[in-house]
Design a protein. Structure first.
Lengths: 359, 359
C-alpha cells in the first residue's frame, strides 16, 4: 500500500524535477523546500503528491518556471508583487521576504500578490517570519469549491489562513487552517476509505445536506467553517471572503468564482477580471510593539497555561496550534515519509518523462 | 413587553449618564455613539442594555471616566496605546485614529491596546476606517467563557473580529463576528424564551454536550466556532487565540483566563499578568496597494456577483457581510429602537441614581 522515503530522497527528486521544467537552481530549491514542508508537517494532500500537478500546469503553459517577480506598487509598509505566473511555491517566499524587509524598516510589512499559482501550505510561508522575531501571516485564495451560506453555488476557495507567532523557550504558535469545516485533504482520506463524511462538510449541487465523500465530483460544494447558519457558517463564509478580497482584490488577481483551477485539465474561468491566483502576507516585528523579551515571556506563559487547561473526558491533552505538525515533522525527518503506492507511481511516471530517478 | 425609543432619545440619555460619571463632554459623545451603534445595527446585547454595566464598573473603580490615553511605544506603522483604564468605547476610537494616521503616513497602521475595558461592538471601530478609503480591522479579547477543543475549562473570551472594506457604488463589506459558534447574545435570546440551544454551542462544566441555554450559569462553557473537533472547533480555537495574543500579549494587557470580567460583581482574576483588557486595530489604505478606483470597481464586481449566487431551496438571497446590520440601522434610525421592559427599568434606575431623565 505504501512506500517509505527519506526527506532527502523526496527533496532531491522534487528539486531535479523543478530544474528539468526550467526553474533556476535557486528557485528549484525554494520550491522543493516549501512543497516538502507539507509532507513533513503531515499535510499529505499539499506535498509531493501534488508535484505532477505542478508539472501539468507547466505543460499547459499556465506556470512560468522562470518568473521575473517584482514589486509593482509600494509604500513604506505595503506592496503589491507581480508573481509573473511563477510557481506559488517560489512567489510566496519572495513576497514574504518583501514583507519582512518592510517590517524591519517600519515595524510591519503587508504584501498582496497577483499573477501567482498554488503556493502549497500557508503555514510554511507564515513561519518564514519566525527567525526574524516577527509574527508571520499568510493566506491565499483558490479556485471555487465552497458555497456561501444560503447558496448552492461554488463561489470561494478553501482560502486558508496561517499565523505564526514566536515564543521564548516554548515552540512557536503556528495556526494554519482552511476556512471550511474540513479541508479537501480530509475529504480525500474518506474517499479512499469509502466512508461517509460528517454533516456540515459538504452539500449536494442542489444545496442539500450530504454525507457523500465524492460529492464534489457530482457538482456539490464544500461548506464554510460552521457548516450551516445555525452553527455559524456565515462566519466561515466571512473569513473565506476576507481572504479572497485581501488576496485577490488588493492585488489585482482573480477572485471569487474566477480564480483559476489547480488541475490543468480544467478549463480556465471565462471573463477573468484579474491576473492568476492571489495571496496576502504580513510580517510584524514583535519589538515594534513591546521589547521582544517581554513579549516572549508572556507567550511562554500563554502556551504553558493553555497546555495545562483541564481536559474533557477521553482527551489526554489540550493542543497548542502547531503542536501536531511540529511533532510530525520531527518524526518524519527521522523515520521518513510514507507515500501511497499510487503517489509513488505517479512520481515515477513524472520522473520517467523528465529523466529524473526517484532514489 | 417592549417600549419604543428614538435613537436621539437613547443617545442623549447615554451621553448625560456618561457626563454624570465624569466623562469629558467629548468622550461622552464618543462613548454614546459607539454604544448606540450596537442598538442601531441590531446587536442588542452590546448596546444601551449594557449602560448600567459600564456605570457599575465605574462605581467599582474599575473604569476611569477621564483617561489620559497615550502611545507608549511606536514605529512608523505600529503603536501600543495605554488606555489608562478608560471606557473601551472611548479608547478604541482613539486607537483607531492612531492606526488611521499611521496608514496615512506609511500605508498601514497597527495598534495594540492595553489597560482598556469592554469596547462595545468591534464592527463600529473597524468602520471608522471607511471614510478614509481604508480597510479597517478591530478585535478584542474578553473574559474567559470559551473552552479550547478537548478542554472543559474556560480559557478564552468570545474574542470577536471585525473587518470593514470599502466598495464603490455598493455599500461597504462589513464582517463582525465572535469566534465562537454562537455569541453570548444569541444564548440570551434563547434563555428568555426558555428554549434549548443547538448542539455545538455550549458544553457542561464536565465538557459534555449540552442543549441548556443556562449552561454558563452552571459553570459550563461556550464552544469555539465549529463546535467540536469533527466540525473544525480547533479552527475557532485558533482564531480566538490569535485575537487574544494580538490584543493581550502584543500590548501588555491581560490574556487567556486572566482577562478581567465585564460584570462588576465578579472578582478580578488572581495574579493578572498585564493591564486591563486588550484590543487590536488595523488600518490599510487601499491606494497603498492599488489605485482606489480600481480596487472599488473590483469590490463592486465581487459584491454584485456574490449577491447573484444561486440560492439553496428556502432562501431568498445570499447576504453580503454587513447587509443585515445596515438594513437594521436604516430601519431603527427611522422607526426607533424597541427595548425590553426590563432594560427600560434598568435604565430608569440608573437615571434616577444619577439624576438623568430617560426622555
Amino acid at each position: 500500500m505504501e512506500q517509505l522515503f527519506s526527506y532527502q530522497q523526496l527533496f532531491d527528486f522534487a528539486r531535479q524535477v523543478f530544474i528539468k521544467i526550467g526553474c533556476p537552481q535557486k528557485d528549484a530549491g525554494i520550491a522543493s523546500k516549501s512543497l516538502l514542508s507539507a509532507d513533513l508537517r503531515g499535510v499529505d494532500s499539499h506535498g509531493v503528491a501534488r508535484l505532477s500537478g505542478y508539472v501539468r500546469l507547466w505543460e499547459a503553459e499556465r506556470v512560468n518556471a522562470a518568473p521575473e517577480m517584482k514589486i509593482i506598487h509600494e509604500t513604506p509598509s505595503t506592496a503589491v508583487v507581480d508573481g509573473d505566473r511563477g510557481l506559488g511555491l517560489v512567489v510566496a517566499p519572495y513576497a514574504m521576504q518583501v514583507a519582512i524587509q518592510k517590517a524591519n524598516a517600519v515595524g510591519s510589512g503587508w504584501v498582496s500578490v497577483q499573477n501567482s499559482n498554488h503556493f502549497g501550505i500557508a503555514g510554511y510561508h507564515a513561519m518564514l517570519a519566525l527567525p526574524h522575531d516577527m509574527i508571520g501571516i499568510a493566506m491565499t485564495n483558490a479556485s471555487a469549491l465552497v458555497a456561501p451560506t444560503f447558496s448552492k453555488e461554488r463561489m470561494l476557495g478553501t482560502n486558508p489562513i496561517a499565523v505564526a507567532i514566536p515564543a521564548g523557550t516554548e515552540p512557536a504558535f503556528v495556526a494554519d487552517f482552511a476556512t471550511t469545516t474540513a479541508a479537501n485533504g480530509k475529504l480525500e482520506i474518506l474517499q479512499r476509505k469509502n466512508k461517509p463524511v460528517p454533516a456540515g462538510w459538504v452539500q449536494t449541487k442542489e444545496g442539500e445536506t450530504s454525507f457523500n465523500a465524492h460529492e464534489l465530483k457530482e457538482g456539490g460544494s464544500l461548506l464554510p467553517l460552521g457548516g450551516d447558519r445555525e452553527h455559524g457558517s456565515h462566519k466561515g463564509y466571512m473569513l473565506g471572503s476576507i481572504v479572497d478580497i485581501f488576496s485577490g482584490i488588493l492585488s489585482g488577481a482573480n477572485f471569487g468564482p474566477w480564480v483559476p483551477p489547480f488541475p490543468a485539465y480544467l478549463p480556465m474561468p471565462e471573463n477573468m477580471p484579474g491576473k492568476g491566483i492571489g495571496h496576502f502576507f504580513g510580517a510584524m516585528r514583535i519589538d515594534a510593539f513591546r521589547p521582544g523579551a517581554d513579549f516572549k515571556k508572556d507567550m511562554d506563559q500563554w502556551i504553558g497555561r493553555f497546555r495545562q487547561a483541564k481536559t474533557s473526558d477521553g482527551h489526554e491533552r489540550v493542543l497548542i496550534p502547531g503542536d501536531p505538525e511540529r511533532e510530525m515533522e520531527v518524526l518524519r525527518m527521522k523515520e521518513g515519509i510514507l507515500l501511497l503506492n499510487e503517489v509513488v507511481s505517479d512520481l515515477r511516471s513524472v520522473g520517467d518523462k523528465l529523466g529524473v530517478e526517484l532514489g
